[in-house]
Design a protein around this ligand. Structure first.
Ligand SMILES: N[C@@H](CCC(=O)N[C@@H](CS)C(=O)NCC(=O)O)C(=O)O
Length: 200
C-alpha cells in the first residue's frame, strides 16, 4: 500500500493529527510538506481545496476527520460499536468547532484581540473543556485504549498548552485535569514519543 500525507511544513493542526494517526496505526507514509507556493499550484486538484490530503494507492481523501476515521477504523483505533464510534465522531467535530470559535484577531487592534481571546478562554473554551472532560473515561477517551479522538484532542491541547494562541494562557487548562492527563498519556505513547524524537 502506497500512502502519502500532504500538508504544510509545520508540526501542528490538522496535518499533525493525520501524521500521528498514521504513526499510531503503524503505517509508513510519505510525509509531503508543501510551501505556500506549491500549495497554490496543487489546490485546484484537491477534493475540497484544502489540506490535509491523504492518498492511498492513488486515491485521494480530504477532510481531517474523514482521514482520521479511515485510518482509525482500519487499524483498531476506532470503536467497533456504532454508538461509541458516533461518540468519537462527535468529539472529532467538537475540535473543529473549537478551531472555528477562536477569535482570530483579524482586523482588531491588539487590545481588542486580547479582550476577545480572554472572553473566549473564560467562556466558550471553558464550556468546551468541561463538556469534553465529561466524555473522557481516563486517561484516554475510551479508558485504557488509545483512539482517534485522543489524537485529535492531543494536537489541539498541545497547541494551547504550548502557548500558541496569544492571550489564552496555558493555565486556562489547570481546571481540567482530565484534559491534561489525556495530553500526557498520548505524549507518552511509545509511537508518539518516537515520532517527536525523530523530528528533533
Ligand atoms: N474541514 C477541513 C478544513 C481544512 C482546512 O481549513 N485546512 C487548512 C489548513 S489547516 C488549509 O488548507 N488552508 C489553506 C487553504 O484553504 O487554501 C478539514 O478538517 O480538513
Amino acid at each position: 500500500m502506497a500512502i502519502s500525507l500532504t500538508y504544510f511544513d509545520f508540526d501542528g493542526s490538522r496535518g499533525l493529527e493525520c501524521r500521528l494517526a498514521l504513526t499510531a496505526a503503524g503505517l509508513p507514509f510519505e510525509d509531503i510538506r508543501l510551501s505556500r507556493e506549491q500549495w497554490q499550484a496543487l489546490k485546484p486538484t484537491t477534493p475540497f481545496g484544502a489540506l490535509p490530503l491523504l492518498e492511498v494507492d492513488g486515491r485521494k481523501l480530504a477532510q481531517s476527520n474523514a482521514i482520521l476515521g479511515y485510518i482509525g477504523r482500519g487499524h483498531g483505533l476506532y470503536p467497533a460499536d456504532p454508538w461509541q464510534a458516533a461518540q468519537q465522531d462527535a468529539l472529532l467535530q467538537s475540535v473543529e468547532d473549537l478551531r472555528a470559535k477562536l477569535p482570530d484577531g483579524k482586523g482588531m487592534m491588539e487590545d481588542e484581540k486580547k479582550a476577545a481571546r480572554e472572553a473566549f478562554a473564560a467562556g466558550w473554551l471553558s464550556q468546551w473543556a468541561t463538556a469534553v472532560s465529561d466524555q473522557i473515561a481516563g486517561p484516554f477517551v475510551a479508558g485504557e485504549t488509545l483512539s482517534m479522538a485522543d489524537i485529535k484532542l492531543y494536537v489541539i491541547l498541545r497547541s494551547y498548552l504550548n502557548g500558541t494562541y496569544d492571550h489564552v494562557p496555558p493555565s486556562t487548562f489547570d481546571r481540567f485535569p482530565k484534559l491534561l492527563a489525556l495530553h500526557a498519556a498520548v505524549a507518552a505513547e511509545p509511537a508518539i514519543r518516537a515520532y517527536f524524537d525523530a523530528r528533533k
